[in-house]
Each structure stands twice: as C-alpha cells, then as structure tokens.
Design a protein around this ligand. Structure first.
Ligand code: AP5
Ligand code: MG
Length: 213
C-alpha cells in the first residue's frame, strides 16, 4: 500500500520519507526532487520546471501528472511514499484515476504534517540539501559533520534557491491556495490523518510508521 505525505513547505516530508524508506520496504517519490534532478541535468523537463520551481510557484498540473504517471506505469507493484504529490485537487483526482487504470498500489492513508508557520520559515531558511542523494540537513538542528559535504554520500550540500526568504513566502501562499484544500479532499474520501510535525523527528516518525506496513 502507498501513502501520501503532505503538508506545507518545511513540514518535514523529505526528512520523514528518508527515514521511512531507510527502515521499511517502501520507496520515496518526491516530485520536488525529480524536478531538481531534471533541472541539474538541463533536460527538457528541467528547463520547463526551472522558472516555476525557482520562483516558488507550482509547476503546471499537466507536466507534473505526466511525470508521475510515467513513473508509476513502470513500477505498478511498488509501495510509494508520495512526497509533495498530489499538491492540487486536480492532481489528487488524477492520481486516483491512474492508480485504478494501471492497477498500481492503492493509497491507504494521506498523512498531513501539521507545523506552525513561524517554525516553517526557520526550518526552510536554515535547510541545506545534498545535491547527489537529497539528504536533508539544517544549519542548527542537523548540520552535516563537515560543512558542505554530505555525511551519507560525500556529495555537495547546498542551499536550495527557493529557500530564500522572498521565495519562501510565495511557496507558503501556493500551499495555502492549492494544497491546504487537500485536507478536506482526503477527509471526504476517508483517508485523512493529521500528525503533529513539531518536536522530535523520531517521535514524529513513530506516529507515521503506524500507517506504513
Ligand atoms: P518540494 O521539494 O516538494 O518542496 P516543498 O513541498 O516546498 O517541501 P520542502 O521540500 O521545502 O519541505 P519538506 O516538507 O520536505 O521538509 P524537509 O524534510 O526538507 O517542491 C519544490 C518545488 O517543486 C515546488 O515549489 C514546486 O515549484 C515544484 N513542485 C513539486 N511538486 C509539485 C507538484 N506536485 N505540483 C506542482 N509543482 C510541484 O525539512 C525542512 C527543514 O526542517 C530541514 O532543514 C530539516 O532538517 C528540518 N526539520 C525537519 N523535521 C524537523 C523536526 N522534526 N524538527 C526540527 N527540524 C526539522
Ligand atoms: Mg522536501
């Protein structure tokens, strides 16, 4: 069974997905990571996504849905943590439709990570990410052992362009307008669970793990 992990930027989706995939037989599908990889490679997808991602705006649904569909079609027997997808009601409906059309693993839970906005800004502005393996760090709460070098793979640890203060506010607005309504969407279909995303990473993990087989 797959799960959807959603919430505002900086809620801890990537951090928790990393723990879940390290310790369970479930795979991580982050549309944000896929876009950043494509941008780094300069592929047609990357060129298309760049102006949206760097500005903190949502990449058009047609592009995003097409990308996920392509991946799912090749991996119908895989249990996924969907991180950052779906992000609009249109995407949520498309995900449901593609899962039933290709007989991929159904969504067993849509878990929302609840975090106060002030904490989000602090987390995002201090975040650093590995360019190679996407490991997530924070300059205060989780620094890499050697500055700029990933503990896990030795890759370059950098600051995402969209973690600048101006872009953070655009991302929070996009979340309020497009993604927050998914709370109601997933409540209406009986899949919604809200989890407190503040506090110790390990205790948040334990609460999410209850929904992962
Ligand atoms: P994406 O990469 O998905 O960004 P996001 O949703 O804004 O979420 P983040 O990755 O910023 O935060 P997170 O929840 O993963 O937090 P993290 O674990 O890193 O998307 C980027 C862009 O791509 C979008 O803006 C859009 O342009 C495009 N895009 C992607 N998907 C799309 C879609 N479906 N449709 C259209 N466009 C799409 O943690 C953050 C920080 O907090 C880290 O430093 C971490 O160390 C720290 N932290 C985490 N947990 C804790 C804790 N418990 N205590 C203390 N610190 C913590
Ligand atoms: Mg993330």
């Amino acid at each position: 069974m797959s799960i959807v992990l959603f919430g505002p930027p900086g809620a801890g989706k990537g951090t928790q997905s990393q723990l879940l995939t390290d310790r369970n037989t479930i795979k991580h599908l982050s549309t944000g990571d896929l876009f950043r990889k494509a941008m780094g490679e300069g592929s047609p997808l990357g060129l298309e996504a760049k102006s949206y991602v760097d500005a903190g705006k949502l990449v058009p649904d047609t592009v995003t849905i097409g990308l996920v569909r392509e991946l799912l079609e090749k991996n119908i027997n895989t249990d996924y943590i969907f991180d950052g997808f779906p992000r609009t009601e249109n995407q949520a409906k498309a995900l449901e439709e593609m899962i039933s059309a290709i007989n991929a693993k159904p969504i067993s839970r849509a878990i929302f990570l609840e975090v106060d906005e002030k904490i989000l800004v602090d987390r995002l502005s201090g975040r650093r990410v590995c360019k190679n393996c996407n490991a997530v760090y924070h300059i205060q709460s989780k620094p890499s052992k050697v500055e700029g070098v990933c503990d896990l793979c030795g890759g370059l640890v950098y600051q995402r362009k969209d973690d600048g203060v101006d872009v953070i506010s655009t991302r929070l607005k996009a979340y309020e307008e497009n993604t927050k309504p998914l709370k109601k969407y997933y409540s209406d279909v009986g899949l919604f669970t809200s989890i407190n995303g503040e506090g110790e990473t390990e205790s948040i993990y334990k609460n999410i793990k209850k929904f992962v087989q």
